[in-house]
Design a protein around this ligand. Structure first.
Ligand code: SAM
Length: 281
């Protein structure tokens, strides 16, 4: 779906507890819910439904009062008669609209990271740096309700932004934010997984190893091949095994039966994924 930057109100993203379809099982949009509005050209916005408010779009205005009480999946018309789909936003939608000032881990990598590192309900996961909190949100969503995400970040302003993002998504309760240079190490031991999303992960392998349970999962995302080879060299140690490097290419298609073909443009590169397991020496 194409992004509609003009009418995204970032401050109005995202009480995720109301957004996923699993927190509530109501068939109709309610006041206070987050809603996804998709226009005729697939441009979309996410908004919180509030009585008396209006949604401004490039194809006319929609009154929230006309959306509240409608079944999810309905088509609603703007004041210009243009049709908009009313849907619950997915975590994928919410991550793409997260307020951000850093590069984030995109959904195509985040979903794979969860499977690869066996992260699910009840897991304890360490990540650094927190950045804008995109991966934090995906981790928190996966480990809840009984798991824990310990998220380390050196820059207070980033930690503040990420905390706000997680609060808007209703996911902050399973996250412990820690403002620290991870050169000083992690507080936790015996965690199931450590993910390092910062430029020099090779400098923190000792700290990651000390935090991990025997056999635990290490993951990292790096944009350049130079960084990957440097990390690979550092992982050549009896402490680490099953080292893998992977890249995920996602190719979107025009979903039209009469002219089905790849989209003209795609994101060619986001980053390399590096995984390893912590071994007993
Ligand atoms: C690419 S961003 C992380 C993005 C995040 N994974 C997301 O999905 O939004 C990298 C972050 O690592 C932080 N960072 C870099 N070195 C660090 C260190 N030694 N300790 C803690 N955080 C660090 C940076 O301040 C930055 O916010």
């Amino acid at each position: 779906m194409e992004r509609e930057g003009a009418f995204v109100e970032e401050s109005e993203l995202l009480k995720y507890g109301n957004a996923g379809g699993f927190a509530r099982d109501l068939a109709c949009a309610q006041a206070g819910d987050l809603a996804l509005l998709v226009g005729p050209d697939r441009r979309w916005q996410i908004l919180r439904l509030e009585p008396g408010q209006t949604a401004q779009t490039h194809r006319g205005v929609l009154a929230h009062d006309d959306l509240i009480g409608r079944p999810w999946g309905s088509t609603v018309l703007s004041h210009m008669g243009q049709p908009f789909l009313l849907l619950r936003p997915s975590l994928h939608d919410l991550i793409l609209r997260l307020r951000r000032t850093t590069q984030i881990v995109y959904p195509k990598e985040a979903g794979y990271i969860l499977l690869k590192m066996n992260i699910g309900p009840g897991c304890r996961v360490v990540e650094a740096g927190t950045g804008s909190g995109a991966l934090t949100a995906v981790l928190a969503h996966a480990v809840r309700p009984n798991g824990r995400v310990y998220s380390y970040e050196i820059r207070p302003e980033m930690q503040h932004l990420a905390r706000r993002n997680l609060e808007r998504l209703g996911l902050a309760d399973v996250v412990e934010f820690k403002e620290r240079d991870i050169a000083q190490g992690f507080d936790e031991t015996g965690v199931d997984a450590v993910f390092l999303d910062l430029p020099n992960p090779w400098d923190y392998l000792e700290q990651a190893y000390a935090a991990l349970v025997n056999g635990g999962y290490l993951g990292s995302l790096l944009p350049t091949a130079n960084q990957v080879t440097r990390l690979l060299a550092a992982l050549e140690s009896p402490k680490w095994g099953l080292v893998e490097v992977e890249e995920i290419l996602l190719r979107p298609y025009k979903a039209v039966s009469a002219r089905f073909r790849p989209e003209d443009r795609m994101v060619a590169h986001t980053g390399f994924l590096i995984f390893a397991r912590a071994l007993v020496e």
